[in-house]
Design a protein around this ligand. Structure first.
Ligand SMILES: *[C@@H]1O[C@H](CO)[C@@H](O)[C@H](O)[C@H]1NC(C)=O
Ligand SMILES: *[C@@H]1O[C@H](CO)[C@@H](O)[C@H](O)[C@H]1NC(C)=O
Ligand SMILES: *[C@@H]1O[C@H](CO)[C@@H](O)[C@H](O)[C@H]1NC(C)=O
Ligand SMILES: *[C@@H]1O[C@H](CO)[C@@H](O)[C@H](O)[C@H]1NC(C)=O
Ligand SMILES: *[C@@H]1O[C@H](CO)[C@@H](O)[C@H](O)[C@H]1NC(C)=O
Length: 648
């Protein structure tokens, strides 16, 4: 709405200041002498013979470049500038954005932006503050960011100040009857930081002014003031405030300052509408609504007040306070007797009104560290939104050649904790290069693979603690893995299936012991089934094995049987350094071994007539990854003594 060039230039006479101003069309620029300033500085328009000067005021209405000269060097001390725009909203489709000009324009003047607004009579003009809302202040106060807004209305009885406002508040919309003016004042030297608002024609008027307020989550309170606050309001008019209150909140209205008018006719009434409740009225001297819930509106109706200079008009300052309606659930968690156990509670619903705190400090995510006791509080937290995960660190002493076995079971958690257990993880720490041996507490382990997935109530995700997964395992009647040995630290996470609360399944889930260092990273001891095929997969299958990692399967073939080994799914990398290698050899080290690299083609079925090992090692891949799914089928075979002569 206002554009154009401004040339700042001190003219040759040092006591002179010249600028060039081009008002935008529909905009008026007015330089006005501040009250109380003398006549020594004048403002002049144009140059040369056509120049006209005025010591009080210069009004530019033409959208053309105009030279403005002041015959003093600091005109900003003496003059203010007003930039005025008229917005006539005479149709319902009217919608204008009141934009502010360039932030540094007229910086050396106190700037007053004024928008004169007009709609059809009987209608209201509507101001919307889309991003940051407005906050009402006393007319005697000023805004922290030095951008002070005010709204004036022009009624038959004269102009009235409907309120003074700062940016960043809860007021999202103001509707004013018929005609008015919005003013923004920015002192000299303050950059204008734009905060646009929208002007449109609103509905038929129900009050002189209607203010919409969106109260945020509590605890919070905001102040509101009646028109011409402090001086007083005499007209028999209605002022309406609509408050949107967040769910899970109570509100309380406090009348803080009230000056009663002297009523000639009628009385002052405060009419409340609150949700489905029947509307009710209070007088300003009554208690106002306390601890109520839901959106509400307050309509303040003034009486016909006596308007004499010494008789005050109506002045009301009230405050609306919002705070949480619920009472928190409190509990205490004591982890001091369960070594290595820590808890985490997370709210998974960002929309919820849940407030969690740990030792009275509000938290997004609660972490109760091992060995501590903590007071927890939950306010409006639906159990289904919360996730409790527990982690237990077990530090194993030096390797013990598996002479003691530790059972992994889920410890009992405090029953007062209102959250079901979603996930449980053990972190098994070993010293030096120890090996973690994992066995099922009953029978064998089964790896979940596409052909036969784990369908048990729980399964276990076994990982190296560097984060790479080995696989997901469970115990079934047809399991074939007697033992998994992993070099270094291991993490085991219980994954529930169709169980809401893991603490219902206590375990034990696995038996653990520590044995001396092994050469491979992972060794599986496998007893294949006779009844059907057994599958084995490289760690992290179907994704790739970690670079330079090795895995080995020790496969026991029963006497009088033979094993057919198939590489049923092979993904080979391009190696940067080293080679991937697959080696197959008999367990009694006398037999011949066979091996293949990634640059060779892998064989069809290999027949093994005795127990064998299958070793796989990865290179440092340049691209792609190493992943192999093997299938072992046990069939009746030749006696072992025939093997060496008959087969390679
Ligand atoms: C500026 O001009 C006005 C009117 O011409 C004159 O009265 C005043 O003294 C001038 N001021 C200065 C500082 O020259
Ligand atoms: C708005 O006000 C709130 C609190 O009064 C403050 O935390 C926030 O930073 C302000 N936002 C802006 C953009 O000024
Ligand atoms: C909120 O209001 C309800 C009734 O309206 C009341 O039962 C509850 O105690 C209030 N909450 C607080 C925190 O005062
Ligand atoms: C296992 O983890 C512990 C604790 O993080 C660490 O001190 C130790 O070195 C790790 N052991 C191995 C073999 O990486
Ligand atoms: C294969 O792995 C086993 C461990 O399972 C190991 O003892 C053996 O030395 C490895 N064989 C070769 C040729 O790497």
């Amino acid at each position: 709405m206002f554009s154009g060039l401004i040339l700042l230039q001190i003219c040759k006479i040092s006591e002179c200041h010249k600028i060039e101003v081009t008002p935008d069309s529909g905009t008026i620029v007015i330089f006005t002498k501040k009250p109380g300033q003398g006549l020594d500085c004048s403002v002049c328009k144009d140059e040369g013979p056509s120049q006209t000067c005025n010591s009080i005021l210069l009004k530019l209405t033409e959208a053309q470049p105009t030279t403005v000269t002041f015959n003093c060097s600091q005109p900003g001390d003496i003059f203010t500038v007003e930039i005025n725009q008229e917005i006539d909203c005479l149709t319902s489709s009217c919608s204008n954005i009141a934009v502010h000009p360039d932030s540094t324009r007229f910086l050396e003047f106190t700037r007053t932006f004024t928008w004169d607004l007009k709609v059809q009579s009987g209608k209201v003009f509507q101001l919307d503050f889309p991003s940051l809302g407005m906050r009402q202040i006393k007319p005697s106060e000023s805004c922290p960011d030095k951008h002070t807004y005010s709204i004036t209305t022009y009624q038959r009885t004269g102009p009235a100040n409907l309120g003074t406002f700062c940016r960043n508040g809860t007021i999202s919309r103001v509707q004013v009857l018929y005609r008015g003016r919005v003013t923004l004042e920015v002192p000299k030297g303050t950059d204008l930081s734009p905060s646009d608002f929208k002007v449109s024609m609103g509905p038929a008027a129900t009050a002189l002014v209607e203010v919409d307020v969106k109260l945020p989550r509590g605890p919070f309170s905001a102040d509101f003031f009646t028109p011409n606050y402090a001086t007083g309001w005499y007209n028999e008019e209605k002022i309406k405030w609509n408050f949107a209150v967040k769910p899970m909140h109570n509100f309380t209205v406090h009348f803080q300052q009230y000056t009663a008018p002297e009523c000639q006719r009628k009385t002052v009434s405060c009419d409340y509408a609150l949700g489905d409740k029947p509307p009710f009225s209070r007088t300003p001297k009554d208690n106002q609504p306390t601890n109520e819930q839901g959106d509400f509106s307050l309509t303040l109706a003034n009486c016909d007040a006596k308007k004499v200079a010494i008789v005050p008009g109506l002045s009301l300052n009230f405050n609306v306070e919002v705070f949480r309606s619920g009472t928190p659930y409190l509990c205490t968690v004591d982890l001091r007797n369960e070594e290595g156990l820590s808890l985490q509670i997370e709210n998974k619903n960002p929309e919820s009104y849940c407030e969690m705190s740990l030792n009275s400090v509000m938290q997004k995510k609660i972490v109760v560290p091992a060995g501590t006791k903590a007071d927890l509080s939950f306010l409006d937290c639906p159990v289904q939104d919360l996730q409790l995960t527990a982690t237990k660190v077990i530090d194993f002493p030096s390797m013990s050649a598996c002479d003691t076995r530790t059972s992994l079971s889920i410890p009992a958690l405090d029953p007062s904790l209102p959250v079901p257990l979603h996930q449980f993880t053990w972190l098994l720490h070993v010293r030096d290069q120890g090996t973690v041996d994992l066995m099922s507490p009953k029978g064998n382990l089964h790896q979940s693979l596409p052909d036969k997935q784990c369908n048990e109530r729980v399964s276990m995700l076994i990982s190296e603690t560097e984060g790479s997964n080995i696989g997901q395992f469970c115990s079934t009647a047809e399991s074939t893995i007697q033992k998994i040995q992993i070099k270094g630290n291991v993490s085991i996470t219980v994954i529930p299936k169709n169980i809401k609360d893991l603490s219902q399944v206590k375990g034990p889930f696995l038996g653990v012991c520590i044995s001396p260092e092994i050469t491979e990273n992972v060794i599986y001891t496998v007893s294949p089934l006779i009844s059907g095929p057994t599958y084995t997969a490289t760690p992290n299958w179907p994704d790739g094995m970690n670079p330079s990692l090795s895995a080995s399967w020790i496969v026991y073939v029963p006497q009088d049987y033979k094993a057919e080994l198939w590489f049923s799914s092979v993904n080979k990398p391009k190696c940067d350094t080293g080679h991937t290698e697959i080696i197959v050899g008999p367990l009694d080290s006398q037999g011949q071994t066979q091996s293949w690299r990634e640059d060779q083609s892998f064989p069809g079925p290999l027949i093994q007539h005795q127990s064998f090992y299958l070793n796989m090692s990865n290179c440092e891949p340049k691209s792609d990854h190493f992943a192999v799914l093997s299938k072992i089928r046990i069939t009746e075979g030749f006696p072992i003594f025939c093997q060496k002569n008959s087969f390679k």
